[in-house]
Ligand binder design. Structure first.
Ligand SMILES: [Zn+2]
Length: 162
């Protein structure tokens, strides 16, 4: 009495291969990228513009969103210019240090003397934080684009004899 029906399994909606999807139509199925599930999934076409689906509904998460032809991963250029790591780190460190700076920055003049952790305003480099005060009359300042060594306290050309 148990008669098997060949092809029965393949009548199931869920077993239909994704590649067999026909041209898009409202209410029909389409394989598209789901921005919620972050992968290519089966969707139901909710509305169309010309021959292209406009709004689609994800069968997995039921979210309604715009139809995208390509997933973001595949549309990205593989040769993307990379920001140098050192520049990013300097800028991040600079922002962090700047937020810790309580006083308003002093404008930088080579003749003046500066202290450690002081905020200065440089005409070319912008706002910076003094990271190191060297004995040789130099200061190492962290600016947005990185560290710069500047001179300070240059008025004391002649050391007064004591
Ligand atoms: Zn989804």
């Amino acid at each position: 009495m148990f008669a098997s029906k060949p092809g029965q399994v393949y009548n199931s909606e869920t077993m239909r291969p994704l590649s067999s999807y026909g041209p898009p139509k409202v209410g029909g199925d389409i394989l598209a990228y789901c921005s919620s599930c972050k992968m290519d999934l089966a969707h139901v076409v909710f509305s169309m513009v010309d021959t292209q689906p406009a709004i689609i509904i994800c069968k997995t998460c039921s979210s309604r969103h715009r139809f995208r032809r390509k997933s973001p991963a595949s549309s990205q250029s593989p040769k993307r210019p990379r920001t140098p790591v050192t520049t990013v780190r300097a800028a991040q460190l600079w922002e962090q240090k700047l937020s810790e700076c309580k006083s308003s920055p002093r404008s930088y003049t080579p003749s003046e003397k500066y202290a450690l952790a002081e905020c200065i305003q440089h005409t070319k480099f912008g706002v910076g934080i003094i990271e190191e005060v060297k004995l040789s009359g130099k200061i190492v300042v962290l600016f947005r684009d990185g560290f710069h060594t500047l001179i300070h306290g240059t008025t004391t050309n002649a050391i007064p004899a004591s």
